[in-house]
Design a protein around this ligand. Structure first.
Ligand SMILES: Cc1cc2nc3c(=O)[nH]c(=O)nc-3n(C[C@H](O)[C@H](O)[C@H](O)COP(=O)(O)OP(=O)(O)OC[C@H]3O[C@@H](n4cnc5c(N)ncnc54)[C@H](O)[C@@H]3O)c2cc1C
Length: 506
């Protein structure tokens, strides 16, 4: 994560919702895993497994039977094959910075930790491509191809989160408004599927023919298999970057400024907003000199050719002023720009300065509904007597309400969760979604039926069955209720296309 990490959203477990597998003797499997990766890289002792009991959403915890840390794709392949033969479920884990419980282990299962696989395998700048192992951090992809090129999707956790995790979550970040999400940059994947088969989808080329299976895998949250090699598109670094932060009395005014900027046809590299509570927390940690008595801070970054940036920048300053900002600060140099960004990127972690615990949410709304939904969130916070700080990707309408609570107070954690659910409902009512970039994981699967009909969930399940019929890859995530891949019961009926000789069953 960029900036200091002060506190995690720690607290007593709110929900013990770990996927449970029936107790089994995995001793023989562990012996096999040790033979594959070496004794040193298989952990089974309780104190060793502690590190892996949760991801960045600490409200959910579970201990796997074993954590295995392969060093190569061949070792991953052998580990998954061994799990398949033993019918033991497994969960892939990158850096464990996920915020939806996606890498929560299966108790009695195996955790496949990819952190050792952090080699950059090939750089081909002539074709704007880089091929990496899944454990490479997001920031290291840009570092590998810089300074002339960069990898645009940039989660605020970019100095720790892995590209494998980014692919699984279809991660976003501050610059996705202009540049798009992970899915727009993955051109190829080497995968090991649940049954141990190793396949490649795409590669260096921009768009392989056939169904977009690559697109299906990106964002599948580790439920379709594990990525062992990833081909990414990288783009030339912009000639100039210009950054400002404008302070407003209310988020409403700042939200109106966002709408006007976008409607005016300007496409900033980033438009990020923090409300008063988020600024208060972040300022204590990042010390960027942001005033803590204003209602909202809007960080806008333009990038591109120097001429275009100059001209557009004046327009943005004017829009901010027209919408009520009397304090617009322009970064005078790279050091000041980095200070502005530090304030934004430290915001999650700095919440520990103002609250013992917090729940991170990740809803999306149409951008034009920002003022309305922020007002609704404020009203819900007041109704529950809880602080809700907001820090978010305003250009994408991707909200991150941080619901603050004190886990030491009986019932507070449950009320915070209830309030979080109502916030997601407000996003759905506004025509939005329950997640923008953090994924469904274990945390939001109960909300899936609010967005999808049973038929839609069945279609998801059929896709999953095509990749992982035994359901061993990250079970218990994404789907609201456990489903199995199997024959539909009932007598076999000949299909009209078969009868007509136009199709055959295989
Ligand atoms: C302070 C902070 C700020 C953040 N900011 C952002 C942000 O701006 N934008 C954003 O999108 N996210 C953000 N996140 C969330 C998180 O960093 C991302 O979801 C990230 O992509 C997770 O990567 P990871 O390596 O930590 O994955 P993990 O947490 O280890 O795993 C996440 C999911 O990916 C699966 N997985 C991991 N590796 C593989 C693999 N090789 N193959 C298949 N599946 C795999 C896991 O099974 C799990 O389902 C933030 C998190 C924190 C803590």
């Amino acid at each position: 994560m960029d900036g200091p990490v002060d506190a995690a959203p720690e607290g007593p477990a709110v929900v013990e919702d770990a996927p449970q597998a029936p107790a089994r003797d995995i001793g023989p499997l562990v012996a096999e895993l040790r033979a594959i990766v070496g004794d040193k890289w298989v952990y089974t002792a309780e104190h060793e497994l502690r590190t892996y009991e949760s991801d960045g959403l600490l409200q959910y915890r579970a201990t796997p039977a074993a954590a295995v840390l392969p060093n190569t794709a061949e070792e991953v392949h052998a580990v998954v094959k061994a799990c398949a033969a033993a019918e033991v479920p497994w969960v892939a884990r990158g850096a464990g910075s996920g915020l939806s419980g996606g890498a929560l282990p299966v108790e009695d299962g195996v955790l496949l930790v990819l952190a050792r696989m952090k080699r950059v395998l090939e750089i081909d700048l002539d074709n704007g491509r880089v091929c990496v192992e899944p454990g490479v951090t997001n920031a290291n992809v840009s570092a590998a191809v810089g300074p002339g090129f960069f990898y645009p999707p940039d989660p605020s956790s970019q100095i720790v989160c892995s590209i494998g995790g980014n692919v699984a979550e279809n991660s976003g970040g501050a610059h996705c408004f202009k540049y798009g999400f992970t899915t727009n940059y993955v051109t190829g994947l080497e995968l090991v599927l649940g049954d141990g088969e190793m396949i490649q989808l795409g590669g260096m080329e921009p768009d392989a023919p056939g169904y977009d299976l690559l697109g299906a895998f990106v964002g599948s949250e580790g439920t379709l298999g594990v990525a062992t090699k990833i081909w990414l598109r990288v783009v030339p670094s912009p000639e100039t970057v210009k950054t400002l932060v404008a302070f407003f009395d209310t988020t409403h005014e700042a939200g109106e400024a966002v709408s006007e900027i976008v409607q005016g046809g300007v496409v900033p590299g980033a438009i990020e907003m923090m409300d008063a509570k988020a600024v208060e927390a972040s300022e204590q940690s990042a010390k960027a000199g942001f005033p803590i008595d204003r209602g909202a801070a809007l960080l806008v970054e333009l990038d591109g050719s120097a001429r275009e940036c100059e001209a557009r920048f004046d327009e943005i300053v004017a829009i901010c002023e027209r919408n009520g900002s009397d304090d617009v600060r322009v970064a005078r140099d790279e050091a000041e720009r980095q200070r502005f960004w530090r304030a934004r990127k430290a915001a999650f972690a700095a919440m520990g300065r103002i609250s013992p615990n917090y729940f991170v949410q990740d809803g999306v709304i149409p951008r034009t509904k920002l003022p309305e939904v922020l007002g609704r969130i404020e009203a819900l916070g007041e109704e529950y007597g809880m602080i809700v700080a907001n820090v978010f990707h305003a250009g994408d309408g991707n909200l991150h309400p941080l619901v603050c609570y004190d886990g030491a107070v009986e019932g507070e954690a449950e009320r915070a969760e209830e309030l979080s659910a109502l916030i997601l409902d407000a996003c759905l009512d506004a025509g939005g979604s329950i997640t923008g970039e953090h994924g469904v994981g274990v945390d939001k699967k109960k909300h899936m039926p609010k967005m999808f009909a049973e038929e839609d969930l069945d279609a998801f399940q059929r896709l999953r069955c095509a990749f992982d019929p035994a359901g061993l890859a990250n079970p218990g995530k994404l789907m609201p209720t456990p489903r199995l891949c199997g024959e539909v019961p009932g007598p076999y009926r000949i299909h009209p296309l078969e009868a007509a000789g136009l199709a055959e069953r295989f």
